[in-house]
Design a protein around this ligand. Structure first.
Ligand SMILES: [Zn+2]
Length: 398
């Protein structure tokens, strides 16, 4: 069925804006884009969206579908049956879609249960975003994420762990380069895997056409991960000029996840374990400086939230854009990070862009988000979400 969305401002997800244009959608894809008057003889289903902005649906490059943003999500999930975990993960994926996130990347689940949700959403069996998923995170003995991750030490074990993920169906390999906030007894500042361990993992992932992402917070760990050839640095808390230069020269993406620390700090008295709050307060300011430094240097930022961590709700993914703008990143750059940049990192050239031939994953909002980011970051200003050309109910998960 054909549908024409007409009269809107179009933001193409790459940086360009078109006024008073129309977008023709047919068979899940954008067939044609042109000035409104070129479609004057169109007699099919015509939707007038004058005064609004049509842009690509958002892409979140860092979520955890099996976690539900409780005060201590890691402990909560250990008390659930596998079936319950799958149902919660599906609900979380659908909440994300309702909020305008039409694709997402899961960077660490539990026993591959989230793969069932990925496959059901990607095949169309269930309504949901397009999903890429890492499976188990790979970490060293005692390392960040060891409670639910695949523990592997030394070159041979890392190699085997990566092969296990690929065999299980992972789209992306997640390797832990440093300590982090959510694991007791480790420090974000400390490097974990050596550069050689990371390199073995990345080369094996790339050999089988998987992208590789690294949780990397301390400076030494960031450098190890980038030198090892990682495609994206997740969090990037303690960036130095050396880190920035190396990432720019190698084209490494930064996925900032500002939402993670902010939601912990803003809910510090809501039962979050003390060690999580203490570490978040310790590193918050340095994180903000790092993200800004990377942006000012011209680095490639891809939007990610770490949704599922404490009070970082699935379905609130779009708020990350507000946090970026509050930090000093222009609205246009924040939107690009959640559109074409994120699509490129996820290897989805036909999503995250309003262009002929692309999948019609679309967000239509009131006003102009290039001047007021709340048009995207606050769902009260959302008019419509389209997934593969089909309007999605706002009340998918009331
Ligand atoms: Zn994470």
């Amino acid at each position: 069925m054909k549908a024409l969305y007409s009269g809107a401002r179009i933001f193409d997800g790459m940086g360009a804006t078109l006024e008073n244009h129309a977008v023709l959608i047919e068979n899940e894809r954008i067939q044609r884009i042109g000035p409104e008057k070129e479609f004057s003889d169109f007699d099919g289903n015509k939707i007038d969206i004058r005064g609004r902005t049509l842009l690509p649906g958002l892409i979140d490059c860092h979520v955890h579908l099996v976690y539900c943003a409780e005060a201590d999500p890691g402990t909560k999930v250990t008390k659930l049956h596998p079936g319950q975990i799958v149902m919660r993960a599906l609900t979380n994926a659908q909440k994300s879609l309702s909020g305008g996130t039409t694709s997402l990347r899961d960077l660490g689940g539990r026993d591959f249960l989230e793969f069932a949700v990925r496959d059901a959403c990607n095949s169309g069996e269930q309504l949901g975003p397009t999903i890429r998923a890492a499976g188990k995170i790979i970490c060293m003995t005692g390392g960040h994420g060891n409670q639910h991750g695949r523990i592997a030490d030394g070159l041979n074990e890392v190699l085997k762990a990566v092969r296990e993920q690929i065999h299980a169906g992972s789209d992306v390999i997640k390797l832990m380069a440093t300590g982090g906030v959510m694991t007791s007894g480790v420090d974000p500042e400390d490097a974990h895997y050596t550069e050689n361990e990371l390199r073995v993992g990345v080369e094996e992932g790339h050999r089988f056409h998987r992208t590789c992402a690294s949780h990397a917070q301390g400076s030494a760990g960031i450098l190890n991960a980038v030198r090892a050839g990682m495609d994206s640095i997740e969090h990037g808390i303690f960036m130095t000029e050396e880190c920035v230069e190396l990432m720019l020269s190698q084209g490494t993406y930064l996925v900032p996840t500002l939402s993670a620390l902010l939601n912990i700090i803003n809910n510090a008295d809501q039962g979050i374990p003390d060690y999580i709050v203490e570490k978040s307060l310790r590193i918050k300011e340095r994180h903000r400086e790092s993200v800004l430094m990377f942006h000012r240097a011209g680095g490639k930022i891809a939007m990610g939230t770490d949704a599922g961590t404490p009070f970082n709700l699935h379905g609130d993914n779009q708020k990350e854009l507000k946090y970026m703008v509050e930090l000093g990143i222009p609205e246009k750059d924040a939107l690009i990070s959640a559109n074409s940049n994120a699509a490129d990192l996820l290897g989805m050239p036909d999503r995250g862009r309003i262009m002929e031939g692309a999948y019609a994953d679309i967000l239509i909002v009131d006003g102009n988000p290039l001047e007021d980011i709340s048009m995207v970051s606050d769902p009260v200003n959302h008019h419509m979400v389209l997934k593969n050309g089909t309007p999605v109910s706002k009340n998918l998960n009331p």
